[in-house]
Write a protein that binds this ligand. Structure first.
Ligand SMILES: [Zn+2]
Length: 299
């Protein structure tokens, strides 16, 4: 379903160190706030999902295969109390995601503990027309997501990359959400990498910067000491929270119910409600709807 109301989120591109580093950054606060409201996310669930959504859209751009509809899906299964985290993004900036246990509360808002580090990060890429999935998986190293995504890029993709992610929650909602990936090129020298690492360490937390500044100014602030140049804003990609669910797709899911259970639902003749985990959309089906599916699908 199309979701109105997000406009300021974007992905920007730049270079740092006079061309020694490629920079991709994204601001995703409005999309995350929309997900928070629709899926009733606790602060720590919002923090985890915001980091994952930002990673997904940054990865979609970083692993660009020049395919407009390239789709990247990130799955974090760390065994923590928040459950699994799924984030999906297309290269043209459509994102959506969900959390297994969205109401899990943690006053310390510790994403690493909430996600857990006892499992895997799986990245699935699909490109049209075949949409054949290309899957790669690494062990989680921290559950905090930024380190995990950097580890994935270093081991699975052989791309040495720094990943910064930040989400700031306030009692009123999401105050900031975004991230930066900084990729060193093969010609980049160890001294230049050291200078970049120092600039990152010295910078204020990204979540605080993004609460005050738009993404291009926040990136310039972090990378200013090593020289940062944003590419022309015409290369910006607007980001929006977009769910691909529909009433038809939701109804088709009942095909996978055990026939006995489906038969009981039809006999009870009461309405059945399906809720989309990605956007909170509710679809109500009558017994006739389910019966039509049953006959139509030949179950
Ligand atoms: Zn949906």
């Amino acid at each position: 379903m199309a979701i109105p109301g997000n406009g300021g989120d974007r992905l920007i591109l730049g270079m740092a160190g006079g061309g020694d580093f490629r920079v991709i950054a994204a601001q995703t606060a409005e999309s995350l706030e929309l997900a928070r409201l629709r899926c009733d996310l606790s602060p720590v669930a919002a923090a985890a999902l915001g980091r994952a959504l930002t990673s997904a859209v940054l990865l979609a751009r970083l692993l660009d295969k020049q395919v407009p509809e390239q789709h990247v899906s990130l799955r974090l299964e760390g065994g923590g109390p928040i459950g699994g985290v799924i984030a999906e993004a297309t290269i043209d900036g459509r994102i959506r995601g969900c959390v297994g246990n969205p109401q899990y509360e943690d006053t310390a808002c510790d994403v690493g503990l909430a996600v857990g580090s006892g499992g895997n990060l799986t990245v699935i890429r699909k490109s049209p027309p075949l949409m054949k999935p290309y899957t790669s998986q690494v062990r989680l190293v921290s559950g905090e997501i930024a380190k995990d995504v950097a580890h994935y890029l270093a081991t699975s993709e052989q791309i040495p990359t720094a990943v910064l992610l930040g989400v700031l929650n306030r009692p009123t909602g999401v105050a900031s959400c975004g991230g930066i990936v900084i990729q060193a090129f093969p010609h980049t020298t160890p001294a230049e990498i050291e200078a970049m690492e120092k600039a990152i360490l010295d910078a204020p937390p990204l979540s605080s910067l993004l609460a005050e500044l738009p993404i291009h100014d926040a990136v310039a602030r972090v990378l200013g000491p090593v020289g940062y140049k944003q590419l022309d804003p015409s290369f910006d990609i607007p980001i929006s929270y977009h769910c691909t669910c529909s009433r038809e797709k939701a109804l088709r899911m009942y095909r996978y119910f055990p026939p006995q259970e489906l038969g009981e639902m039809i006999r009870e003749a009461s309405d059945t409600e399906a809720v989309c985990h990605f956007c909170g959309a509710k679809y109500v089906f009558t017994a006739d709807d389910l019966l039509g599916l049953d006959v139509g699908e030949g179950n």
